[in-house]
Design a protein around this ligand. Structure first.
Ligand code: NAD
Ligand code: ZN
Length: 372
């Protein structure tokens, strides 16, 4: 089991909270919950898939905490990250008897974490919450950093709050039931984190690839913990996304455009990020910002984890339009996150729109997307 503290900015100043990573990490929950200042009651939020597989397990753990608790189980899938489900959670919390000393426990992937975290941030003017992520993506990315929120019909993550959890408990056993495609999607964010921040981590993922793909708990624990630490470190230095945090968006400019142009559904987020990273790495080399060979090595690792590296069929115009609307626009055009080399990223305003478009055309290459 790996235990460490991360320190992140919160309304009252820096907040330090524990992160626990390992096999059977769930067994640590009773101890965390019964510390002084712990909750008077608990409200677990989960989705139906996670609950069907792991509801009894978490129930058994919570019964040891000797705390009153209740649960809200929402349908699985991004559509539950909505104002409607949020309003239902507010009412569930109140009807279950929660007060300002109650805590929410988010038990699920990033969808549940964002939704339950925002319910905690807003219900009763804000109560504490704990993250128990059940997907690789949620462990290495969504559960750390304090961003919570919901989607609107107008777009993703348009309403939310920064709300830091009291603890994050990452039980790697939970990943046993995660479908392979969801697991791969998480690997994309792992590779991203190493590529932008940590050359040694990148090399160790290359070296331990087989063990990681076999979900060896010890290798997984090391990598998951490293990613959580890195993300917390980036957030700590830049909670409100003024600058540094932007590097976490490496690969996401094209990824978001792909997701939008394909109408969300065809690609998982991590798959879109994988393609976006390959493109951004090539763009970095074309722009003379990256060390030669960076893109090739990155692409090899992405491919080794079974992730896509080529542009899928996608209507071309909508793709370009979606990219132009990217929120990371600088005064001079799109703002790209480029790799200087593996383990070091930079934000660049120096790539003009026509250069990016040309690079995308050549990236599309043989598998040229449909031109609609
Ligand atoms: N807050 C942040 O900083 C942040 C960062 C990245 C992503 N996100 C958000 O996270 C969400 C995506 O997260 P996700 O990829 O975890 O998706 P998800 O929560 O929708 O989970 C993916 C699927 O896996 C299932 N599942 C989860 N855990 C399982 C398990 N252990 N066994 C079997 N099935 C399981 C879920 O029911 C779901 O069907 C998006 O809403 C995204 O916006 C937030
Ligand atoms: Zn992402």
């Amino acid at each position: 089991m790996m235990r460490f503290g991360v320190e992140v900015p919160a309304a009252e100043g820096l907040r330090r909270y524990p992160v626990i990573v390992g096999s059977r990490a769930l067994d640590e929950l009773p101890r965390i919950l019964s510390r002084p200042g712990g909750p008077s009651r608990l409200h677990v939020v989960s989705d139906r898939r996670v609950w069907a597989r792991w509801g009894r397990r978490i129930g058994a753990v919570l019964s040891k905490a000797q705390l009153p608790w209740a649960s809200s189980v929402v349908p699985a899938g991004e559509r539950s990250k909505s104002a409607r489900t949020l309003a239902k959670l507010w009412r569930d919390l109140v009807q279950a008897g929660c007060d300002r000393r109650s805590w929410v426990l988010a038990f699920g992937g990033g969808m549940v974490g964002d939704l339950a975290g925002f319910a905690a941030a807003s219900a009763l003017r804000g109560i504490e919450f704990i993250q128990v992520p059940t997907t690789l993506l949620a462990m290495v990315d969504a559960s750390v950093g304090g961003k919570t929120g919901i989607n609107l019909p107008e777009g993703k993550n348009l309403v939310g709050a920064f709300h830091q959890p009291r603890a994050v408990v990452m039980d790697l056993d939970l990943l046993r039931t995660l479908p392979p495609r969801e697991m791969r999607s998480g690997w994309a964010e792992v590779i991203k984190t190493a590529a932008i921040c940590d050359a040694r981590l990148f090399a160790s993922i290359e070296a331990r690839r087989a063990a990681l793909l076999a979900r060896d708990p010890e290798s997984l624990a090391r990598v998951v913990a490293a990613c959580a630490r890195i993300k917390a470190g980036v957030v700590r230095r830049d909670e409100r996304e003024a600058g540094l945090r932007m590097i976490l968006n490496f690969g996401h400019t094209l990824a978001h455009a792909l997701e939008a142009a394909r109408g969300y559904g065809g690609l998982l987020h991590g798959e879109a990020v994988a393609i976006g990273m390959v493109f951004a790495a090539r763009l970095g080399e074309l722009a003379g910002a990256s060390r030669h060979g960076t893109a090739e090595r990155l692409e090899r690792l992405i491919d080794a984890f079974g992730l896509p590296t080529r542009l899928p069929k996608v209507p071309w115009r909508p793709l370009l339009d979606a990219m132009k609307r990217d929120k990371k626009r600088g005064p001079a055009g799109l703002r790209w996150v480029l790799l200087r080399r593996l383990g070091a990223a930079q934000v660049s305003d120096a790539v003009g729109w026509s250069a990016a478009e040309a690079a995308l055309e050549s990236f599309a290459g043989a598998g040229r997307p449909e031109r609609a």
